[in-house]
Design a protein around this ligand. Structure first.
Ligand SMILES: [Mg+2]
Length: 267
């Protein structure tokens, strides 16, 4: 239900804010921009048993923007993949919750953070699923900035060639990357047309609209891979962070933390 995923997204954001505040770490802007996508994915779409995360029949999810892992960790903990207490160890010595995603975390398929690699792996896994005539689906979530990596475009060529209709790519298109606006650093426009010319099934949505996300994530063709271009807002959910490059990597002070938490829980 959509009302459930909205409540889930509030919990994802509040736990993410706590983790970043306690650890004095960050990448919170990109963690918040994809929080609604994660809420719908883990709330309604991905078929994976949190108590049996390596079951061969599971759907596979690859977070390529591994630096924004806090909201993924929060999603997994809230879904019971591991204890909520573990979130308190984020970015601390000896914790498995590193500041970039690690495959040692239950529910995480691949260590990421070095950008531009997860989509290629996701394509290989999707091809394996197709060869085995498996029912499970493969999802990959990429940032917009990491589309600057040439390796992604190799994978974007590969997927339609092999008719990977079991693959759904989601682009967290928040228009900001680590050093500036994407249209100034390396312009992606027109992204829709680029994917269409590479023979993908292309869907554009408001990446904070749960109904639109739910509908588009259920959509797939019999032949072509699907890309969902999710238009998002970096830092979404806390007004002083929204659309601010500064919050790509910054942790809140005490007042910002309490203000942010109130905003998230009251929305
Ligand atoms: Mg971005």
């Amino acid at each position: 239900m959509i009302s459930d995923t909205i409540e889930f997204s509030k919990k994802i954001r509040s736990e993410t804010l706590k983790m970043v505040y306690n650890a004095k770490a960050s990448h919170i802007g990109g963690a918040f921009s994809m929080a609604d996508i994660l809420a719908v994915l883990y709330g309604n779409i991905i078929q994976i048993d949190s108590k049996d995360p390596e079951n061969p029949n599971r759907d596979r999810f690859f977070l390529s923007k591994g630096h924004a892992c806090t909201s993924l960790y929060a999603s997994l903990a809230l879904k019971g993949f591991f204890s909520m207490d573990l979130l308190n160890t984020y970015s601390q010595n000896d914790s498995i919750l590193l500041s970039h995603t690690s495959h040692k975390v239950p529910g995480v398929e691949l260590s990421t953070g070095s950008l531009g690699h997860a989509l290629g792996v996701a394509c290989g896994v999707a091809l394996a699923g197709k060869i085995k005539k498996s029912k499970w689906r493969v999802f990959a979530l990429l940032s917009d900035g990491e589309l600057d990596e040439g390796s992604n475009w190799e994978a974007i060529l590969f997927a339609p060639q092999h008719e990977l209709s079991n693959l759904t790519l989601i682009i967290d298109y928040n228009k900001i990357q680590s050093f500036g606006n994407t249209n100034e650093v390396l312009d992606l426009h027109p992204l829709n047309d680029k994917f269409k010319s590479f023979k993908w099934n292309v869907i554009e949505v408001d990446g904070h609209n749960h109904e639109a996300l739910d509908y588009s994530l259920k959509n797939k063709t019999d032949k072509n891979p699907t890309v969902i271009i999710a238009h998002t807002i970096k830092g979404k959910g806390v007004d002083y962070m929204e659309n601010k490059l500064l919050w790509h990597y910054k942790s809140p002070d005490e007042k910002q933390y309490s203000d942010g938490l109130k905003q998230i829980l009251n929305k």
